[in-house]
Write a protein that binds this ligand. Structure first.
Ligand SMILES: [Zn+2]
Length: 116
Protein backbone atom coordinates (compact mmCIF):
# COMPACT_ATOMS: atom_id res chain seq x y z
CA UNK A 1 0.00 0.00 0.00
CA UNK A 2 1.37 3.41 -0.93
CA UNK A 3 1.69 6.42 1.31
CA UNK A 4 -1.37 8.12 -0.24
CA UNK A 5 -3.58 5.08 0.43
CA UNK A 6 -2.30 4.95 4.01
CA UNK A 7 -3.01 8.66 4.48
CA UNK A 8 -6.52 8.21 3.07
CA UNK A 9 -7.19 5.33 5.48
CA UNK A 10 -5.87 7.43 8.37
CA UNK A 11 -8.22 10.29 7.44
CA UNK A 12 -11.19 7.89 7.44
CA UNK A 13 -10.20 6.43 10.83
CA UNK A 14 -9.72 9.85 12.41
CA UNK A 15 -13.13 10.93 11.10
CA UNK A 16 -14.71 8.24 13.29
CA UNK A 17 -12.96 9.52 16.42
CA UNK A 18 -14.74 12.87 16.05
CA UNK A 19 -11.79 15.05 17.11
CA UNK A 20 -11.77 18.13 14.87
CA UNK A 21 -8.19 19.17 15.75
CA UNK A 22 -6.84 15.70 15.03
CA UNK A 23 -8.89 15.58 11.85
CA UNK A 24 -7.40 18.91 10.64
CA UNK A 25 -3.89 17.68 11.41
CA UNK A 26 -4.35 14.41 9.54
CA UNK A 27 -5.77 16.33 6.56
CA UNK A 28 -2.65 18.55 6.59
CA UNK A 29 -0.52 15.42 6.75
CA UNK A 30 -2.39 13.94 3.78
CA UNK A 31 -1.92 17.18 1.82
CA UNK A 32 1.83 17.17 2.56
CA UNK A 33 2.04 13.52 1.48
CA UNK A 34 0.37 14.37 -1.84
CA UNK A 35 2.88 17.21 -2.41
CA UNK A 36 5.85 14.95 -1.57
CA UNK A 37 4.66 12.21 -3.90
CA UNK A 38 4.26 14.79 -6.68
CA UNK A 39 7.74 16.24 -6.04
CA UNK A 40 9.21 12.75 -5.96
CA UNK A 41 7.65 11.94 -9.33
CA UNK A 42 9.04 15.16 -10.83
CA UNK A 43 12.52 14.44 -9.40
CA UNK A 44 12.49 10.89 -10.78
CA UNK A 45 11.64 12.25 -14.23
CA UNK A 46 14.40 14.89 -13.98
CA UNK A 47 16.85 12.18 -12.93
CA UNK A 48 15.79 9.98 -15.85
CA UNK A 49 16.41 12.86 -18.30
CA UNK A 50 19.85 13.53 -16.78
CA UNK A 51 20.78 9.84 -16.95
CA UNK A 52 19.73 9.77 -20.60
CA UNK A 53 21.95 12.79 -21.34
CA UNK A 54 24.85 11.17 -19.50
CA UNK A 55 24.40 7.99 -21.53
CA UNK A 56 24.38 10.02 -24.77
CA UNK A 57 27.47 11.98 -23.68
CA UNK A 58 29.38 8.73 -23.12
CA UNK A 59 28.71 7.61 -26.69
CA UNK A 60 29.40 10.93 -28.48
CA UNK A 61 32.42 11.21 -30.75
CA UNK A 62 33.66 14.48 -32.27
CA UNK A 63 34.61 14.11 -35.92
CA UNK A 64 34.39 16.34 -39.03
CA UNK A 65 33.09 19.32 -37.02
CA UNK A 66 30.12 17.27 -35.79
CA UNK A 67 29.16 14.84 -33.09
CA UNK A 68 28.42 11.23 -33.94
CA UNK A 69 26.83 8.54 -31.81
CA UNK A 70 28.87 5.37 -31.49
CA UNK A 71 26.89 2.26 -32.35
CA UNK A 72 27.96 -1.36 -32.20
CA UNK A 73 29.62 -1.31 -35.64
CA UNK A 74 28.62 2.04 -37.10
CA UNK A 75 28.09 5.73 -36.29
CA UNK A 76 24.87 7.72 -36.28
CA UNK A 77 24.96 11.40 -37.20
CA UNK A 78 26.11 14.02 -37.78
CA UNK A 79 24.70 16.08 -34.88
CA UNK A 80 25.22 19.79 -34.17
CA UNK A 81 28.05 20.44 -31.69
CA UNK A 82 26.71 23.83 -30.61
CA UNK A 83 23.22 22.46 -29.81
CA UNK A 84 24.74 19.71 -27.66
CA UNK A 85 27.48 21.80 -25.99
CA UNK A 86 25.10 24.64 -25.17
CA UNK A 87 21.75 22.93 -24.46
CA UNK A 88 22.54 19.18 -24.39
CA UNK A 89 20.14 18.73 -27.31
CA UNK A 90 20.97 16.14 -29.93
CA UNK A 91 20.01 17.97 -33.15
CA UNK A 92 20.54 16.04 -36.36
CA UNK A 93 22.26 18.07 -39.10
CA UNK A 94 20.62 18.27 -42.52
CA UNK A 95 22.24 18.53 -45.94
CA UNK A 96 21.76 21.62 -48.09
CA UNK A 97 21.58 21.84 -51.91
CA UNK A 98 25.37 22.05 -52.07
CA UNK A 99 25.81 18.79 -50.12
CA UNK A 100 26.90 20.62 -46.98
CA UNK A 101 25.66 19.79 -43.49
CA UNK A 102 23.83 22.45 -41.51
CA UNK A 103 21.94 22.62 -38.23
CA UNK A 104 18.19 23.29 -38.59
CA UNK A 105 18.38 25.34 -35.39
CA UNK A 106 21.41 27.45 -36.33
CA UNK A 107 20.80 27.66 -40.05
CA UNK A 108 22.90 27.05 -43.10
CA UNK A 109 26.69 27.23 -42.97
CA UNK A 110 28.32 30.41 -44.24
CA UNK A 111 29.64 30.21 -47.80
CA UNK A 112 33.13 28.83 -48.26
CA UNK A 113 35.51 31.32 -49.86
CA UNK A 114 38.61 30.26 -51.67
CA UNK A 115 41.83 31.92 -50.42
CA UNK A 116 43.51 31.62 -53.85
ZN1 LIG B 1 22.65 23.55 -33.73
Amino acid sequence: MGILDTAKDAVQLVQKIDNIELYKEILNLQSEAIKLVSENTALKEKNRVLEDKLRVKDTLVFKDNSYWLKREDSEDGPFCTLCWDKDQKLVRKLMDDNDRWYCPTHGKPSPVFSIA
